[in-house]
Design a binder for this molecule. Structure first.
Ligand SMILES: [Zn+2]
Length: 183
């Protein structure tokens, strides 16, 4: 339908404009993340290659510190998408081994959640390093869902209750401002 595609084009509008620099986005950026667990940065950069094993969503340091990456979702109650942070948490050696064993096993969704300490600074949520989390296994091919269980922490509260679109915009704007200040 030529007519409709014409109208669709006309209707394309800006979803988000960064308040610091005016950069324009077709879609509101709602997914943020970190490539490494925080502990990674405590290893001198010239030793990282020998001491750190990093593969996709798994990381082992000195064969005794275990980390994995998961998805921390903050529901936006009045919008059709959620705010997502890809974060790292620690995981015990036993549970790490279990995750490896069950990597391609669809029954892994029945596992008890794995406890871990958050290893990512979640922007705009104050101090989030080493707060308590659990990681919940998902279907094969997906990284675990991470839930903050640190009592009274804003991240726990907003993850449980969800946030408004207005609040999400404030968070995104804060993050974008910071990211753009680095460039
Ligand atoms: Zn900007």
């Amino acid at each position: 339908m030529k007519l409709f595609s014409f109208f669709n084009k006309k209707e394309k509008k800006v979803a988000y404009k960064c308040s610091c620099c005016g950069k324009v986005y077709d879609e509101l950026p709602l997914c943020f993340g970190s490539d490494y667990p925080n502990y990674y940065f405590s290893i001198p950069s010239d030793e990282r290659e020998t001491r750190i094993e990093l593969k996709e969503s798994l990381c082992v340091v000195d064969e005794k510190h275990f980390f994995h990456r998961g998805r921390l979702t903050i529901p936006i109650i009045d919008y059709n998408e959620n705010l997502i942070f890809n974060v790292w948490t620690s995981i015990s050696e036993d549970n790490f081994g279990k995750r490896m064993d069950l990597w391609e096993n669809p029954n892994r969704v029945n596992e008890e959640p794995y406890f871990g300490w958050l290893q990512t600074n979640v922007p705009t949520y104050g101090e989030t390093l080493n707060i308590k989390t659990i990681a919940i296994e998902q279907n094969v091919g997906l990284i675990p869902e991470i839930k903050s269980i640190e009592e009274g922490h804003l991240l726990t509260i907003e993850q449980e209750n969800g946030i408004t679109y207005k609040r999400a915009l404030e968070i995104v704007d804060e993050i974008m401002k910071y990211q753009h200040s680095l460039n």
